[in-house]
Design a binder for this molecule. Structure first.
Ligand SMILES: [Zn+2]
Length: 49
């Protein structure tokens, strides 16, 4: 099972089941919810270091 960390809330997300994801600067980020994805999409630089 592949896991990723939701950059918004730091929760673990199962990437094989993730419905919410965004590509940013060539990398894919996964989110636990649409709410987290929206936050990330509105200002990705705030969550990616
Ligand atoms: Zn989240």
């Amino acid at each position: 099972m592949a896991k990723a960390i939701d950059p918004v809330c730091k929760m673990e997300v199962d990437t094989t089941k993730a419905k919410f994801k965004s590509d940013y600067k060539g990398k894919t980020y996964y989110f636990c919810s649409e709410n987290c994805k929206k936050k990330f999409d509105s200002s990705p630089s705030a969550y990616v270091k």
